[in-house]
Each structure stands twice: as C-alpha cells, then as structure tokens.
Design a protein around this ligand. Structure first.
Ligand code: ADP
Ligand code: MG
Length: 352
C-alpha cells in the first residue's frame, strides 16, 4: 500500500484540527465539532472532542468530568512523583520490600486488571518489568542528553534486574485494600497500559452521561464514543513508521471503538547508528524486533493499549492467535519493510 503524504491529512483524525479553532466557543447548537487540549496527563498531549452539537455548557461539563478522571488516574499511576494525601505507584515502588500499603480501590482494580492481562498475554505485557525498564530509561535519557555518551545497557545488569520482575512479587489484598511489592528491587511501570486504562474510564463516564459522538485522543490512545451524528465513522490515521512526522501508512474509518498503536519510532536513542526504542521484549530484555508498529482496534481502550505493546513483543502468528482467542480484536501489523498485515475485520475499514 502506498504511503500517504502529510498534506492530505493534517492531523490524527480528519478534520479535527480545522475545527479545533472553534474550541469551547460553541454557543449555538451545531454539529461543528468542539475540542479542548490538555498537557497535564501522562507526559503527553491529549484532546477531547465532541461532534454531538451539544450546547457549550454540556461540553464544558462533560470535558470537566473527563479531565477530573484523567487527572486522578494520572496521579495514581505516576511513578516519578508522589502527591499529598494519596499513596500512588511511586509510593508503592518506594516502599518495595516493606509493609502492605493501603491504596485507593481504583488502584487495586487497575493492578488486578494488569495482572490478569499479564496472564492473557503470556507475560509479554508485564507491569513488573520496572527494574529492567529503568535501565533502558536511564540509558535513553543519558544518550539524549549527551549523544557522545550514548551507551548500551550491560547484559549482566539487565539479567540481574530481570530477577526482580516476577508478577507474583506484586501482592494485592483486595479485601484489605493494600498492595505490596515483595522484593525491594522490584518496580512497577505501567507505561504500556495506564493511559489506555484511564482513557477507558473516561469513556465509561461519557457513556454513563449519555454522550455520543465524542472522541478522546489521550496521548495517541484514540477512544471513539459512538458514531458521528450522520451515523458514519472517523478517519483515523496510522503513522508510517519510516516517516512518522510526515506520512501515514493507513487510514482506517472506525466508530465506537478504541485504536492504539505501539511503534518503534516513539521513543528511542541511537548507538553506533542503530536505534534502540522503548518497548522491551521480556524474553530478550532488549527492544522487541518483530515489527515497526502494531495497531490494535478493539472497543476497550485499556485492552487496546495492553495488546498493542504485547503483540509488538510476539510473532505475527502468536499475535493473530491471541487476537482471535480474545475475540473482537483487530490488528494492523507494519513490518520493517513497510508491508502491512491485518486481521479480516479491518479489510473494509481502509479508506486509502
Ligand atoms: P507508548 O507509551 O508509546 O504509547 P506502549 O503502550 O507500547 O507505547 O508502552 C510502552 C511503555 O511501556 C514503555 O515506555 C515502558 O514504560 C513500558 N514497557 C515497555 N515494554 C514493556 C513490556 N514488554 N511490558 C510492559 N511494559 C512495557
Ligand atoms: Mg500499550
């Protein structure tokens, strides 16, 4: 399939940018979309759009609700900062090896979910990979700060860190509402699942409020609530891994679903001309090399996020088998040479 050039489509979702200027000025009822941009969640840029033609007050109320939910999950999932009055994942990591820590029931629910998905993905998405991911994170930061100091992690250090990644080290007592890491060297990292999970909670809220024709783009995690008022879907672009800033590999017309991509171009550093990205294969402890990107389209944004990472870390055959076993999951794999492979359910979604 040909790569599409940026000039055709300015933004992740067609038409959104053009209408963004009208943001929150929707005084009269119209079907012109309105949107808001946020910079405060998950170290990334997020957007909330309504195509519903709601009065301005309703959009303000619903986007404020979404904002409250995402802010709360952002704080609970933050592994770099603690916040007064809450025990979050940073606290859990800091107290690793210590006593059980009382946490918000929302964090318990999330950790149970992540543990369940560890099992379902055969360990390819593992939130207990924190000790290994920290090594990669530190090397990436060092290389980006000073490219002349760019270096690869030490294999022995990676293997030592991997001895502290067993999912059973995460002890959850749902009745008592406590969490404990049973090993002082273990650490949680929810980069592969937190954004998608929180996005789904925001989508659930919108649905409970009777909202439809809303689009959430939370740091690239797309969650579409309902259809456009005319019953159609939204053209959603999947970046071309070879030129992610300027061209797209596919445009999918989708509605009432989530769309999440994991790509080797998102965060990386280079050593001796070779790039090392941020999605680590638990089997090798090195950046997964199966694909350039994997896009998952399924209704639940949390599942889409988990699977985009997990399928990035397994072969096409294993990923296809997992998608089929779960049901309701469509996948677009982009190989290193640009070849697209996709599940049958996507065949009629391509608009290019
Ligand atoms: P993005 O953060 O770019 O949306 P992903 O959803 O694939 O992409 O998440 C990647 C992040 O997840 C990494 O930055 C890291 O924090 C974490 N991570 C990397 N590999 C794994 C893995 N195999 N299992 C769980 N988490 C991972
Ligand atoms: Mg993910």
């Amino acid at each position: 399939m040909n790569r599409l050039k940026k000039g055709l489509f300015l933004f992740c979702l067609l038409g959104l940018l053009a209408s963004f200027a009208g943001c929150s000025q929707n005084e009269n009822q119209s079907t012109e979309p309105v949107g808001k941009v946020y910079f405060n969640w998950f170290d990334t840029v997020s957007y909330v759009y309504s195509y519903a033609g709601d009065p301005a007050e309703r959009f303000e109320e619903l986007s404020a609700g979404v904002s409250g939910i995402l802010t709360e999950y952002h704080q609970l999932f933050d592994i770099y900062h603690e916040y007064s009055g809450i025990n979050n994942l940073c606290t859990v990591n800091r107290l690793a090896g210590g006593d059980p820590l009382p946490v918000d029931p929302k964090l318990i629910d999330f950790l149970l979910y992540a543990k369940d998905l560890y099992e379902k993905t055969d360990g390819e998405m593992n939130i207990l990979l924190g000790s290994v991911l920290k090594i990669w994170h530190d090397h990436r930061t060092q290389a980006l700060d000073d490219p002349s100091a760019a270096a690869l992690p030490d294999q022995d250090a990676l293997e030592e860190a991997a001895r502290h990644t067993d999912i059973s080290l995460l002890e959850i007592d749902a009745e008592k509402g406590t969490v404990r890491l049973a090993d002082a060297a273990a650490a949680i990292d929810v980069g592969a699942v937190g954004k998608g999970y929180a996005t789904e909670k925001a989508a659930e809220y919108l649905q409970q409020q009777g909202a439809a024709s809303y689009v959430l783009n939370i740091g690239g995690n797309i969650r579409i609530i309902g259809q456009k008022p005319d019953g159609s879907g939204w053209n959603t672009a999947v970046k071309d891994p070879e030129d992610p800033e300027n061209s797209y590999a596919a445009i999918l017309k989708i509605a009432d679903t989530a769309c999440v991509t994991s790509g080797n171009y998102e965060r990386f550093f280079a050593v001796s001309g070779k790039q090392y990205h941020h999605i680590i294969d638990p089997d090798t402890l090195w950046p997964a090399e199966y694909f350039a990107s994997v896009t998952v389209v399924t209704r639940d944004s949390g599942l889409a996020d988990v699977l985009s990472t997990a399928l990035f870390c397994m072969s096409y055959e294993d990923g296809l088998a997992l998608a089929n076993a779960l049901g309701g999951v469509d996948v677009l794999w982009i190989e290193h040479d640009g070849t697209l492979r996709y599940t049958d359910g996507l065949a009629d979604k391509f608009t290019n």
